[in-house]
Design a protein around this ligand. Structure first.
Ligand SMILES: Nc1ncnc2c1ncn2[C@@H]1O[C@H](COP(=O)(O)OP(=O)(O)OP(=O)(O)O)[C@@H](O)[C@H]1O
Ligand SMILES: [Mg+2]
Length: 405
């Protein structure tokens, strides 16, 4: 290596240290990963209790449980089963030996691949080739019973397995102890995004799963998403680097879909932006959905609005060019000013409110209620996340200015 090469290396090292070392905001990247299982789930206590109730008596030998968990993308299905598996194992420590096997059927979509994954999690040799699935299941059973254990098997994204290889494996697993000595070898948890999962199954499987053992996870509310973002921020960033306001913005944006993964992505992207700018504090402007979701609305969508709907929107947009949100009270005052400017007679408060709700229904604005009550009714705070306020404002302004000529 020549001298030149060495000096180049040291220059590179500086930039690399700047970028990959502990940052001004970030202390530990691990909790920002989707695979990190948080010590506690945010806002899922009722669901965890419900799941536990499907495993009533699981502490005793001979008892097993069944559960079907369904919910849209990012509703915490996978993490819920991981948390439950760990908590159950710990709770029964010294009482009953639980072995958790979590198989993602998207990564291992065939019957033989799933069986191989179960075998690996039991720490056994790979299932011998040339045996039928029924035979491999029995060898898995022998393994569990010989160590006096109980297998908690989670088949995640199970719809992929079913589409490819039908229900055969699930049926066989549900009957693992049938005609054998001793019961309660295996508990089965099926997980899927598909809300029609059960409809596709045969009555014999449904009756063995138990129709009441179904847990449906609802998309997260903005509040829960703020909690999820906060938990990850606290586990990964310097204290004080995020304000409550910034976390609330993340919650608001991701509440559009209720997907926890979106909240985590926005958090991570915001950390990256602050780090790149060399700041120790994450600002509201670091949270932008543009990198993840493109604008989902077309500016032309406003052309079909009525005059007063446009005027309400214009008032709001003017304020949102400079600020994150506007209160409903201010939105009303801004609307009055806009009416005066373009010589329209202001409509009643009730009509104004109706227009605001129409704009919300069309996805042009979002509102959230504040805790405080001011004047009549609750104050609402209005934001726009789907479209840039500046573009909308100038479009409406141009239209009204033209009409005044
Ligand atoms: N209640 C929660 N508390 C803390 N973190 C959560 C919670 N719910 C989800 N997360 C986190 O959000 C991310 C997405 O959750 P998860 O992978 O469990 O969703 P999913 O419903 O399995 O999604 P998919 O349908 O795409 O498989 C994970 O990183 C998970 O740790
Ligand atoms: Mg999942």
């Amino acid at each position: 290596m020549s001298k030149n090469d060495v000096s180049t290396t040291s220059v590179m090292a500086d930039y690399i240290v700047d970028r990959i070392g502990a940052g001004k905001v970030l202390l530990d990247r691990v909790p920002l990963s989707f695979d990190w299982t948080p010590p506690e789930l945010v806002g899922r206590d009722p669901e965890l209790s419900e799941l536990a109730s499907m495993f009533l008596g699981i502490g005793s030998d001979g008892v097993s449980g069944r559960a079907v968990i369904m919910g849209q993308v990012g509703t915490g299905k996978t993490v819920l089963t991981k948390r439950f598996g760990e908590d159950l194992t710990r709770a029964l420590d010294g009482k009953r030996r639980i072995v958790v096997s979590h198989v993602n059927c998207r990564n291992h979509p065939s019957t033989s691949q799933v069986l191989q994954q179960i075998a690996i999690s039991l720490d056994s040799r790979h299932p011998e080739r040339g045996f039928s699935s029924g035979e491999i299941i029995q060898s898995i059973r022998r393994n569990i019973r010989s160590r006096r254990g109980h297998l908690l098997l989670v088949l995640d994204e199970v719809d992929v397995l079913i589409r490819r290889d039908s229900h055969d494996l699930i049926y066989k697993l549900l009957r693992i102890d049938e005609g054998q000595e001793g019961h309660g070898s295996l508990s089965l948890v099926l997980v899927s995004q598909d809300s029609n999962l059960l409809e596709q199954m045969e009555p014999a499987i449904i009756s063995r799963l138990g129709e009441s053992n179904v847990l449906r996870l609802r998309p997260y509310s903005a509040e829960a998403l703020v909690g999820i973002a906060r938990q990850r921020y606290e586990a990964s960033c310097r204290s004080g680097s995020f304000s409550g306001e910034v976390l609330e913005k993340i919650g608001r944006f991701s509440a559009e879909t209720g997907d926890a993964r979106l909240a985590i992505e926005l958090l991570e992207a915001a950390v990256r932006r602050a780090e790149e700018a060399g700041r120790g504090e994450v600002l509201l402007e670091d949270v932008t959905p543009s990198t993840i979701r493109t604008a989902s609305l077309e500016p032309s969508q406003i052309d079909v609005l009525s005059d007063h709907q446009k005027l309400v929107l214009l008032g709001i947009c003017r304020r949102l060019r400079k600020e994150e949100e506007v209160s409903s009270g201010d939105a009303r005052k801004l609307y009055e000013l806009v009416c005066e400017e373009f010589e329209f007679k202001t409509r009643s408060y009730t009509t104004f409110w109706k227009h605001l709700k129409t704009l919300e229904k069309q996805g042009l604005v979002e509102t959230r209620s504040a805790n405080s009550t001011v004047g009549r009714g609750r104050t609402q705070y209005i934001t726009m996340t789907n479209i840039a306020p500046a573009g909308i404002a100038s479009r409406v302004e141009k239209e009204f200015a033209k009409r005044q000529k």
